[in-house]
Ligand binder design. Structure first.
Ligand SMILES: [Zn+2]
Length: 185
């Protein structure tokens, strides 16, 4: 049997949340905002550009307060991650060609903790919801899906093809077409 095939005994119907210690940064040291919780709770214009569009990375990174934001060593005391804060908790800075920059900004410890607790709670709710659905679906020939998965599925159905990029030839041709078009008067 191929080594990527799971044994039947390894499979369960349980839904598992991400196995992380810190849900503020998902153990990366940089506070995550993919669910826009930072906007909803604290900074409503965070990572939103001048035109009001969501643009992840347009603002400074938010450095977490958990141990993942600090230097990490392995058993032999080798540095495996240099971290974003020094031993006093100050955010480190780097010198680049355009001068000295700090690696990011901070929410307060209480705010960061709030992100962690709220997300942890949401994951627990998702676990319960998903497990209820899975249990319920075991004997159903027509599988029911939670509304948020159903919505995404429907949206994707109406998307022509996520991976159909124009070929180089088509791009060049459409550029030529645009150039040869007389200006509208
Ligand atoms: Zn963290």
């Amino acid at each position: 049997m191929n080594n990527y095939k799971r044994k039947l005994t390894e499979k369960t119907i349980n839904f598992y949340p991400p196995d992380k210690e810190c849900y503020a940064c998902y153990d990366t040291g940089i506070v995550n905002n993919s669910d826009r919780l930072v906007n909803r709770l604290f900074w409503n214009d965070y990572d939103i550009d001048d035109k009001g569009r969501n643009f992840a990375g347009s603002d400074a990174a938010i450095i977490c307060h958990c141990k993942r934001a600090y230097q990490q060593l392995d058993e032999d005391q080798n540095v495996i991650n240099s971290g974003y804060r020094d031993s006093l908790g100050n955010i480190k800075s780097v010198v680049t060609s355009s001068g000295e920059h700090t690696l990011g900004v901070s929410l307060s410890k209480d705010q960061t903790r709030m992100l962690h607790h709220k997300r942890k709670e949401c994951w627990q709710q998702s676990v319960k919801l998903m497990n209820d659905y899975r249990l319920q679906n075991i004997n159903n020939s027509k599988k029911e899906l939670p509304y948020f998965i159903q919505t995404v599925k429907e949206t994707l159905k109406n998307t022509p093809s996520l991976f159909s990029f124009p070929t180089e030839k088509a791009t060049v041709e459409s550029m030529k077409l645009n150039q040869s078009e007389p200006p509208h008067t």
